[in-house]
Design a binder for this molecule. Structure first.
Ligand code: SF4
Length: 374
């Protein structure tokens, strides 16, 4: 994946991990890096939770996690799992019975740390439920909730402590002959998280779930996640990602995809290349890009579109995109198709025209793909 013989500086060599299944979604090995989010509704409110799952799935989420803190939520999980178009991960802390109920209710994966649920018999029961119902498990190490003995040993949350915690949880699963697990080691600090993930990646072949936890609001959390997740992904680490934002889960999915798109690891929808604009702009670049982002949200076919204010950078960017528009003078600009000048278009009609061109091109690409598949 992401092997580019013409532009070798864009190559990313992914770490070799085992592949597991989260429902029908493969995670690890050569599977595409999946994008996850988490609902923030009351899980026992099936209607509200399912509505959020559907919106997230529509935005591109491959996997959605829901919290299951009580019996009412594990009861609701049955219908949520049945109706969801994407696999559901049940998020469990401490209570092993919720894990068993979630597995029985159809969860594709349990997010649970086996070391936190009590004695060996309980771990055995949870593993048995996971095996019986085809669930995978995500071990979720978090710098904010490290085991007391590790904090005493290391003095504070640090990469060594996080990796040791992860390996302890892994051993509990392996001792029960359970190998369908992935692992995360999140921290809100980018340096700590990245160092822990690097160390973890060197000592296990389990698929890795990447995330910077409690990253912040939409802007700050996006930047933090892009730095943390982006640097790890660039060096080949990470099989599935979740961007944690204090924002709508749909935003988490969008940001996750943008990170993967920026690194050429996955493509989805229209990637817009646009300039920041300045006094040279031949049309209002910012308003145009805002409008196009909204109008093109429904397009899932990967393609690129350059929206550039003037000829300083417009023709160059258009060369590398499927469709391009470069501002000119007198209220008009140049439309480019596949890097070549196609025709002149008035700024007043440009947005509608570009939407039409993108939709047409998407239909062509889909038809070619369908033909190739046949
Ligand atoms: S491409 Fe043109 S309009 Fe856009 S920022 Fe550069 S000089 Fe300004």
């Amino acid at each position: 994946m992401s092997h580019n013989p013409i532009r070798p500086w864009r190559n990313i060599e992914r770490r070799k991990s085992r592949q597991i299944m989260v429902g029908r979604v493969p995670v690890g090995g050569d599977a595409p890096i999946s994008v996850q989010t988490m609902t923030n509704t009351d899980t026992s409110d099936v209607k509200a939770t399912l509505a959020q799952v559907l919106r997230a799935a529509d935005a591109g989420a491959d996997i959605v996690r829901v919290s299951t803190p009580d019996e009412a939520s594990t009861r609701a999980l049955r219908e949520i799992c049945r109706e969801s178009p994407v696999p559901i991960v049940a998020d469990i802390h401490f209570h092993y019975k919720r894990a068993i109920e979630a597995a029985e209710a159809g969860a594709a994966c349990l997010r649970i740390n086996p070391g936190n649920i009590g004695d060996a018999a309980r771990v055995r029961e949870v593993v048995k439920a996971a095996k019986d119902h085809g669930c995978s498990i995500r071990i979720g190490v978090n710098a904010g909730s490290l085991e007391k003995h590790l904090l005493e040993k290391y003095g504070e949350p640090c990469p060594d402590a996080m990796v040791e915690s992860g390996l302890d949880h892994i051993k509990l699963l392996q001792d029960n002959d359970f190998h369908e697990f992935k692992i995360s080691c999140k921290a809100s600090d980018v340096f700590l998280s990245a160092a822990a993930y690097q160390q973890l990646a060197a000592v296990t072949d389990a698929p890795i779930h990447l995330g910077i936890t409690e990253a912040g609001g939409l802007t700050s959390g996006t930047v933090k996640s892009a730095i943390g997740l982006g640097s790890l992904l660039w060096f080949g680490i990470g099989d599935t990602i979740r961007v944690s934002l204090s924002a709508d889960p749909v935003e988490e999915v969008k940001v996750g995809f943008e990170i993967l798109k920026s690194l050429g690891l996955r493509t989805r929808g229209v990637q817009i290349i646009s300039c920041p604009s300045c006094a040279r702009q031949g049309f209002d670049v910012i308003k145009t890009v805002e409008a196009l982002e909204k109008r093109l949200e429904h397009v899932k076919t990967p393609m690129s579109l350059s929206i550039i204010g003037c000829v300083v950078n417009g023709p160059g960017e258009a060369l590398m995109t499927d469709i391009g528009f470069t501002g000119g003078g007198a209220g008009r600009g140049m439309v480019y198709l596949a890097g070549k000048q196609a025709h002149v278009m008035g700024n007043d009609r440009m947005i509608d025209h570009i939407v039409e061109l993108v939709e047409k091109r998407a239909a062509e690409i889909e038809a070619t793909d369908a033909q190739a598949a046949e």
